[in-house]
Design a protein around this ligand. Structure first.
Ligand SMILES: [Zn+2]
Length: 229
């Protein structure tokens, strides 16, 4: 268990997801790879909480390393599931999840058929559509920031705690503190536009889908990268 900030914990088990501890209960941001819900519940147990305390599960996007345990954790907790409309059909199993952008680039295009063969997470019913700018009044207030590009409905979330904590998802990543697109992305107007959107926000801490959190001056690092685009 790794505390990112007071009451915010990272689950790291071949994926990253986050547990937000609030007075009224827990919020999960993303759920990890299929069949690894135990990694999430282990972190919940380690902070003296129970899966029953989870009130809301919020998804950045539909890829199986983020949505993979949504159904199981929802069933175990009775929590309600939040996802942007652009990615909800894939989470619900009505559509295939969109391939990650890096597969649009040779030679990775050959991976596209394999992506379709990878075990998708169990479909999960989305209870609430997340719309741009909406403040989700969960156990904690989260502001939804649409960051399309990695997937059509990709959404980041800002928590007003500890100087601002941004849950980036796969909208970007970083290398040794320098924000980058991430190996899973490629330069597109949508992806770079989403970086610009995030660079306009104020936050001290950034939590990523595939990198350790940046724990200070995170919005300055985003602005530096955005200026380079
Ligand atoms: Zn992804």
């Amino acid at each position: 268990m790794e505390a990112v900030a007071n009451g915010v914990y990272q689950v790291k088990k071949g994926f990253r997801s986050f547990v937000i501890d609030g007075d009224e209960g827990l919020t999960l941001v993303d759920t990890g790879l299929p069949r690894r819900a135990g990694a999430v519940t282990a972190v919940i147990d380690s902070i003296g909480r129970s899966v029953d305390d989870v009130r809301a599960i919020v998804l950045t996007h539909s890829h199986m390393d983020h949505a993979g345990n949504a159904a199981e954790l929802k069933r175990a907790s009775g929590a309600e599931l939040y996802c942007a409309p652009g990615d909800a059909p894939a989470v619900q199993g009505d559509e295939a999840a969109p391939t990650p952008p890096f597969m649009d680039r040779p030679p990775f295009g050959m991976l596209k058929p394999l992506f379709g063969l990878m075990p998708a997470g169990e479909p999960a019913g989305v209870d609430h559509e997340v719309n741009p700018g909406v403040v989700l009044t969960l156990p904690e207030d989260l502001v939804a920031v649409p960051t399309p590009g990695h997937t059509p409905g990709h959404t980041s979330y800002r928590l007003d705690r500890a100087g601002g904590i941004l849950f980036v998802g796969d909208a970007a990543s970083h290398r040794r503190g320098s924000v980058a697109r991430g190996w899973f992305n490629r330069p597109t107007p949508a992806i770079d536009g989403s970086v610009q959107t995030l660079a306009e926000l104020e936050f001290a801490i950034a939590c990523f889908g595939h990198a350790d959190p940046l724990t200070s001056r995170a919005s300055a690092a985003f602005r530096e990268f955005a200026r380079s685009l």
